[in-house]
Design a protein around this ligand. Structure first.
Ligand SMILES: Nc1ncnc2c1ncn2[C@@H]1O[C@H](COP(=O)(O)OP(=O)(O)OP(=O)(O)O)[C@@H](O)[C@H]1O
Ligand SMILES: [Mg+2]
Length: 301
């Protein structure tokens, strides 16, 4: 079987380009005017938020200089159920710092302020920011207040990214909300209108660019619709089903990947227990999106 990793290809689809430009604009504005601002990037799981953040960060690799590590963009994953201490530690670890044993939250905060300035950080990305909204309200108020205070002390712009529930965090803190009033949304690809259908097919084609076997059915609207239902229009699931279908076709030594391979890959990689009426590749499929409770693309996941 020839090696094929569908995830090696980053596709410049419209939401990806829009999000990347918004981050770029924020960063350039900060560089030109020294004015700090913020941006919130929200979208469902698997829509590509972390991918766009990391793609932008990777344009500015850190440099080890004589006396310091120069970091332009700092990418931080917010820990689950964050506390002031665990979030401060995550920020320090992302800068490559060692955590002073037994340090209080206040001490860690001072370390962050010193290091952010020392490393020359211009932009901080806080991914998985919805974790703030997961815990108890009292803790949410405490941590968001700390974050607001920290950001006020740093001369950096900030991108928050996460599930749409992160907007609830901004709702409880007026000052944070003001700072992150610009919101960019990642939506699943739709097939409702012709241009949307073309975008979805274009992304599917781009993901298959290096696939060693051709896919015979991408010009068939019925197949495109099945593929769309099966993936919820989310790029992560598109990668899963395309990679899976290829491996199934290659292992049976086929000359091309066909609908039956996608149908099997759907069951292996997306929903093994789909009843016939909810399996987009089954003739009994009822034609409704797989967004009900307990289904792969249920709202609120
Ligand atoms: N623009 C893209 N081109 C190609 N593949 C992509 C793109 N965006 C995302 N992917 C694929 O989808 C996978 C999931 O994307 P990503 O982790 O960025 O989603 P997410 O929105 O951060 O999800 P979560 O909310 O669960 O963290 C990635 O591992 C990558 O393989
Ligand atoms: Mg992510």
């Amino acid at each position: 079987m020839t090696n094929f990793n569908v995830r090696n290809n980053i596709v410049d689809h419209p939401d990806f380009v829009a999000a990347k430009s918004a981050i770029e604009e924020l960063h350039e504005w900060q560089r030109e005017s020294a004015e700090v601002s913020g941006l919130a990037l929200v979208g469902p799981s698997g829509s590509g938020k972390s991918t766009v953040l990391k793609a932008y960060r990777d344009q500015f690799p850190p440099r080890d200089e004589l006396t310091r590590r120069a970091i332009v963009i700092l990418y931080v994953e917010v820990p689950s159920a964050p506390t002031v201490k665990s979030l401060a530690e995550a920020i320090l670890l992302a800068m490559g710092a060692t955590i002073p044993p037994g340090a209080t939250g206040a001490r860690l905060t001072e370390c962050i302020v010193t290091l952010v300035e020392g490393c020359g950080i211009e932009l901080i990305m806080l991914d998985e920011f919805q974790h703030f909204a997961d815990g108890a309200r009292r803790r949410l108020l405490e941590v968001s207040d700390w974050l607001k205070g920290l950001l006020n002390r740093l001369r950096v712009s900030v991108v928050l990214a996460g599930l749409p529930s992160l907007l609830r965090v901004l709702d409880v803190n007026q000052q944070l909300r003001r700072r992150f009033s610009r919101i960019v949304r990642f939506k699943p690809f739709s097939t409702a209108e012709m241009p949307d259908l073309e975008t979805f097919v274009g992304v599917a084609q781009a993901l298959m660019t290096d696939m060693p076997l051709p896919c015979a059915n991408l010009d068939q609207v019925a197949f495109i619709k099945q593929l769309h239902f099966a993936t919820g229009g989310l790029v992560d699931y598109m990668c899963k089903i395309i990679g899976g279908a290829y491996r199934i076709a290659a292992s049976r030594k086929a000359r091309f990947v066909d609908i039956a391979d996608f149908s099997k890959a759907f069951r292996v990689h997306i929903w093994d227990e789909a009843p016939p009426s909810r399996d987009p590749f089954h003739r009994k499929f009822n034609g409704l999106p797989l967004t009900q409770t307990g289904e792969p693309f249920a709202e609120g996941l």
